[in-house]
Design a protein around this ligand. Structure first.
Ligand code: ASP
Length: 470
């Protein structure tokens, strides 16, 4: 007999069906035993009576056992109908139960929303934590939104291109995760902080419209709600203005909200485009919360921030570039183009140059950022000089400078922090709630126990020696 999904039981009234899933809750009422059965598609109440041979099995089963149940789909008597729940009008009368797997009592409660359970335990038993309704919903909605975005961009003639994970450092302001090479001992790959250089090189390659649901890796000190790896909706296009990029994103994100979160109201469309200096003056931050009613979780206040200065003052933390003597660091990154009106100021007053950067803020969170890029190798070199690159450091980017000598179209793009967007849409407090298997705030995975030591032999093969802690 073929399996029927629990969500489809209502279409099978007065028929015999086979369902497979987990025991959600079991209630022993003496003669009758009620079992709520759960599969990925929903819940149904099943009932076992002593008349059936299977009643003996029903007496033994416990929550979270995996079972196969045969039974009749019956309509509930009128006074037992519960219109508020899925399958509230039916009941599955059990005729056969097969236990596929017994289960120990879960170490964490999975019936609740899980917010009271310590993070260490939730992550150690993440495979159980994900069984809870809230987490199932978050992961499924995330998939739906991603699929929708993919289709939307495909329709706009964008092509999804996968770029390497084993790569070379793209300085985006954070530390790289590095991976030792076995074949070339003493050399290392870096995990991409973002596909920035690849996507620009794809523009040189003539792809014109690129996107990727890209995993990015940044080795940052645990700072609030960050994860060492996270997902960006990464976009780059040729022959575009900042307006084109902002319009595209407004279009696709508005559709996501309308389609999947119809209860949410966008404060203002089209989204305001605000000057960096004005925003700083008025709100004291470049990611202001522009909701009219800050207590309303269903209000979405999107806004673009533009006209950032191209450079900020270089600080201690800008360890990734500069000889130490340079005064400037890129406010966004070193590929962001200067406003064409300000190019002449690059030599005289670089601090006054506005960059073609656009950041997207939502309810006080920065959820995306990008820019129109430099596509003139001379200007790119100038920016490298201004941020204090040594000849050695410049050499690390010679591929991009060289690529730009073979016919590079003007181009620009953006990367959207997808986890944070989903977090806000799902009214969650942390991006971990929209991840499948996140790390703790200290970057640990308590389930896999990562990071971990590796075998002595593995280190030897890599030519690596680890200094023992004293
Ligand atoms: N690569 C940039 C980032 O991750 C975004 C961009 O400029 O497209 O912030």
């Amino acid at each position: 007999m073929k399996r029927t999904l629990i969500k489809n039981l209502g279409e099978n009234i007065r028929k015999e069906v086979l369902v497979k899933g987990w025991v959600d809750i079991r209630r022993d009422h003496g003669k009758l035993i009620f079992i709520d059965l759960r599969d990925f598609s929903g819940l149904v109440q099943a009932v076992s009576t002593p008349k059936e041979d299977s009643h003996k099995v029903a007496e033994t089963i416990r929550p979270e056992w995996v079972v196969e149940v045969k039974g009749m789909v019956n309509e509930r008597p009128e006074n037992m109908v519960n219109a508020d729940i899925q399958n509230g009008n039916i009941e599955l009368k059990i005729t056969e139960i097969k236990v596929l797997n017994e289960a120990q009592t879960p170490p964490i409660d999975i019936q609740s929303d899980g917010k009271d359970i310590g993070e260490e335990n939730r992550l150690k038993y993440r495979y159980l934590d994900l069984r809870r309704k809230r987490m199932q919903k978050n992961l499924r909605n995330r998939s739906k939104a991603l699929t929708f975005i993919r289709n939307y961009l495909e329709k706009e003639d964008f092509t999804e291109v996968e770029t390497p994970i084993l790569s070379k450092s793209t300085p985006e302001g954070a530390r790289d995760f590095i991976v030792p090479s076995r074949i070339d001992k003493g050399k290392f790959y870096a995990l991409p902080q973002s596909p920035q250089q690849y996507k620009q090189l794809l523009m040189v390659a003539g792809m014109e419209r690129y996107f990727q649901i890209a995993r990015c890796f940044r080795d940052e000190d645990s700072r609030g709600d960050r994860q060492p790896e996270f997902t960006q909706l990464d976009i780059e296009a040729s022959f575009v203005s900042q307006d084109d990029i902002m319009d595209l994103l407004e279009g696709v994100y508005t559709e996501v909200v309308k389609k999947f979160y119809p209860d949410k109201k966008i404060t203002k469309s089209s989204w305001p485009r605000l000057n960096y200096q004005d925003v700083i003056k008025e709100y004291g931050t470049d990611s202001p919360d522009l909701r009219k009613d800050k207590n309303n979780p269903n209000e979405l206040a999107f806004a673009w921030i533009i006209n950032f200065p191209l450079f900020t003052e270089q600080s201690e933390k800008d360890f990734f570039h500069g000889s130490g003597s340079a005064k400037f660091a890129p406010s966004h990154h070193m590929f962001t183009g200067p406003n064409p009106e300000d190019v002449s100021l690059l030599d005289s007053e670089p601090q006054k140059v506005r960059g073609l950067q656009h950041d997207l803020v939502l309810n006080g969170n920065e959820i995306g950022g990008g820019s129109v890029r430099i596509h003139d190798p001379k200007i790119q070199e100038k920016v490298f000089d201004l941020i204090g690159f040594s000849a050695e450091q410049k050499k690390k980017f010679k591929h991009i400078l060289e690529a730009f000598t073979y016919g590079v179209p003007p181009h620009g793009g953006i990367a959207m922090g997808f986890d944070r967007f989903m977090m806000i849409l799902e009214n969650e407090e942390s991006i971990r709630e929209v991840f499948s298997f996140p790390k703790t705030g200290e970057g640990r995975d308590p389930m896999m126990e990562a990071p971990s030591e590796v075998e002595e032999d593995q280190l030897k093969e890599l030519g690596i020696e680890v200094k023992k802690k004293k």
